[in-house]
Design a binder for this molecule. Structure first.
Ligand code: G3I
Length: 459
């Protein structure tokens, strides 16, 4: 009996379910999800709370195109923080700064798409910390979430526990060999490769999860004497270059992400090809040949052309992009361009940077600000780094980083600074050891205002 009862109930249940399903209007083919409407973000709270700011964060909402963030000092949102009344964002977090210490702030967020705006999320209260304490400084690589932050290194700096090691691991996500991955170091005499320094740098990077940008396969300033004074035929010279490029790319395939295949091939004046041992023995199309050699050796590595004064020397800039256009016209593989960015506290302007950057973007190139340093004393008019000049340097770095951070993700690669601390910069010996402070850290490895400028450029 009992079994029968259950059976009839079972049939009743199936029947009612069938009726329910069919009660929906046959013409009502509305997608269930859309009939529910746009969900509200879940505000998972604030982090990095300091005496002057915090980072608000929330969850992604299905079908949202963007989000509107409200921030107020009153929980009823009768007034709003400047810039934070329905501030439109496409990210899932927002770093808010410039706030008052020990003050209550409230934030809420809505999801938005072309058809609707969701209801408000829950309201989160954040109380900023008491002032006076040292502001926790964010690590560069943690603040730059969409591109590598690189630095040039020397192998002997990379000993475990050194100050270089400590700062590199904390702040940087990429490294470039300042000189030890160049031909005169790797192949100092014909046929005798010395991988000791380049391996040390690459092995350090791999051991610490740091990207490696290779610099530089072909450069007229790093030609070993045996090749500079080559006595074989031009064809044999070209084969030596091809063999070198092949050997280096083969050894570091899958370890080194990118290479400056050719460095500084264009003259500063006249926009002409620099006449070097490479152009003399391989012809004026040696740049294209070297990129072909590189691609044949490694189908995946990113291939860059690298040069200086690209943002400030219009003639050179035009010639560089003509060189690249000719390569592209001839289907020569090239992935990116490096602007070395050896600049100064008062130049280039944002407009100059954007003009050059846009030419790279127009060509679909990845862009690497590859050797950033900012001379604070180019006219040798100061003997110490004055507050005023340090602030000007900081603001220039902020401009550089902001210009780079604004480019499309597809074109981003890295911003690399050329050295860690001021007193080790190549600029000092290059300009007769004058008073100069071009980098992010002072001679005691302490961060400068320039470091803060880099972080502010990311906001
Ligand atoms: O460290 C050794 C030292 O042990 C040795 O006694 C001494 C004499 O041989 O040499 C020292 O190494 C020198 C190294 O700088 C020290 O940092 C190398 O000889 C010297 O060639 C090297 O110069 C480098 C230069 O490129 C040439 O490779 C600079 O560091 C480096 O900053 C500079 O970087 C170039 C980029 O590659 C391309 N863009 C321009 C930029 C500045 O010139």
């Amino acid at each position: 009996m009992k079994i029968k009862f259950i059976k009839s109930m079972y049939l009743l249940l199936i029947g009612s379910l069938f009726a329910l399903v069919n009660c929906a209007d046959p013409g009502d083919d509305t997608d269930i999800a859309s009939s529910i409407g746009l969900g509200s973000p879940i505000t998972s709270g604030a982090y990095d709370v300091t005496s002057s700011g915090f980072t608000a964060s929330w969850t992604r909402v299905y079908k949202a195109d963007s989000y509107e963030l409200d921030i107020s000092k009153d929980k009823n949102f009768e007034t709003f923080l400047a810039g934070y009344q329905a501030k439109s964002l496409t990210t899932f977090n927002e770093e808010v700064y410039g706030l008052d210490e020990t003050t209550d702030y409230f934030f809420r967020v809505r999801a938005v798409n072309s058809e609707e705006t969701s209801s408000n999320s829950g309201v989160i209260q954040v109380t900023t910390l008491a002032g006076g304490g040292p502001e926790p400084v964010k690590a560069l690589k943690d603040a730059a979430t969409t591109f590598f932050v690189g630095m040039s290194v020397k192998a002997d700096q990379l000993t475990s526990g050194s100050k270089y090691d400590e700062i590199l691991k904390r702040e940087f996500s990429s490294i470039t060999a300042e000189y030890e991955m160049k031909m005169n170091i790797i192949l100092p005499t014909k046929g005798n490769y010395d991988w000791s320094k380049s391996d040390a740098i690459v092995d350090y990077a791999i051991a610490n999860g740091i990207n490696v940008h290779g610099h530089a396969l072909v450069w007229h300033n790093s030609v070993p004497d045996w090749l500079k004074n080559y006595t074989g035929t031009n064809a044999e010279f070209e084969q030596e270059v091809k063999d070198y490029i092949t050997a280096v790319l083969t050894r570091y395939k899958g370890k080194v992400t990118s290479w400056d295949v050719v460095n500084e091939a264009i003259n500063d004046a006249g926009g002409t090809l620099r006449q070097t041992v490479f152009s003399e023995k391989m012809g004026d199309n040696y740049v294209a040949k070297c990129f072909q050699f590189a691609r044949e050796a490694d189908p995946d590595v990113l291939l860059f052309y690298n040069d200086y004064s690209v943002t400030t020397n219009d003639t050179k800039q035009t010639a560089i992009f003509k060189l690249i256009d000719d390569m592209k016209t001839n289907n020569v593989p090239i992935d990116g361009i490096g602007f070395q960015m050896h600049i100064q506290y008062n130049s280039p302007s944002v407009n100059q940077m954007e003009t050059a950057v846009n030419k790279a973007l127009d060509r679909g190139l990845k862009l690497h600000f590859s050797e950033l340093d900012v001379r604070a004393n180019p006219n040798k008019d100061i003997t110490t780094l004055t507050e005023e000049r340090a602030i000007a340097q900081k603001n220039k770095i902020k401009e550089v980083v902001a210009v780079y951070n604004a480019i499309p993700q597809a074109n981003k690669y890295a911003i690399s600074v050329w050295g860690m601390k001021d007193n080790e910069s190549w600029l000092l010996p290059f300009y007769d050891n004058y008073n100069e402070w071009p980098l992010l850290y002072d001679s005691n490895f302490e961060i400068k205002k320039a470091h803060t400028g880099f972080l502010e450029g990311l906001k």
